[in-house]
Design a protein around this ligand. Sequence first.
Ligand code: ZN
Ligand code: ZN
Length: 411
Amino acid sequence: MTASRILLLVLDGISDRPCRELGHLTPLQAANTPVLDRIAREGICGIMDTIGAGVRPGSDTSHLSLLGYDPKSCYTGRGPLEALGCGIRMEPGMIGFRCNYATIGSDGRVLDRRAGRIHRTQPLSEAIEEGVDLSSLGVSFVFRSGAGHRAALALKGNRLGANVSSNDPKKEGLFPMQVRPLTEREEDRRTADACNEFVRQSKEVLEKHPLNRERIARGEPPANLVLVRGAGEMGHIEPFGERYGLEGSVISAAALVTGIGRAVGLEHVSVEGATGSMDTNLEGKVRAAIGELGRREFVLMNIKGADEASHDGLAREKAAFIERIDASLQPLEELEGVLLVICGDHSTPCAIREHSADPVPVVIHGDGVRTDGVASFDEISCANGGLHRISGLSLMPIALDLINKAHKYGA
Ligand code: ZN
Ligand code: ZN
């Protein structure tokens, strides 16, 4: 029986380089991963440049590519995606920003860019939505809290540009900056003006908010400034359902990946205890994915924790988390009629604590899939697989072919 549904499981930042503390093995090689290895043995493996050889991918651009959308024409900056991830309905032409709640001192300098890693900021964001008014500039806005100290802003109005700077000084101890237009265009000046007015008015709202008064009384840094950055204009992206004839869901705790999923028209499914960190509820996510596959033809699931460990340079912790991922994937082996695609979105070598252009391992498993000689899911073994070296943009076409949803090219 040919599979009729696809589960695309992206193990964020799982791919690595040899690590000295692991005896010059990669964390994937060093970890004991019986489930992933079995899937590799029964499936077809390869390595993949998620965007292109030598290109260091962001998680956003790589996920777009894995979903078959060329980031070179679809990517509009992080702001709109973060806004979508925070639940803002972005329409074409709206300008999105990613934001931080921050703390400034009495002299106006930024003391903490994350406001003491504040969380549950919904009351602050609601007060800002109610108290800030940009209508004199011909602009309306939506402002929503994200995870922790994060939030997102979306501006809507006639002729707004996205070429503007940030007010974030990027370092503590410095003054926040004015948002500036980066071109001479009137559109960009209008956006910069709206941002500066938003920052000014939201600061007034935050200063008198009871939640901040309570924080100061407890000796905690108040969230008394919004830092805005990552401006981008929401474009039109062909919906996933129209492009592929598949309805799909996205399961992810990372706002950026959720935003990508929403941007292409996947429905976000939230999972209790999913944190986007190493303490996440892996079993719950896997259960949710299996549930979604009962009613949808496509599910994108992102597991973030290994990327986080890599950015902190923690190779042993990364290997240990990979073992936890592996154990949680066991229920996937029972799935029938599902094409299972497992890959990384980029490498994040612990040694450099940043994304790199090294290709990632990929395995495709399901009825009718040819097998190869690969018996272990890791960067080095998969390089010997039957898929050889593919690009991220090829992944969806290959998967669609395997579920008989590809169209013939030619007669
Ligand atoms: Zn990533
Ligand atoms: Zn990362």
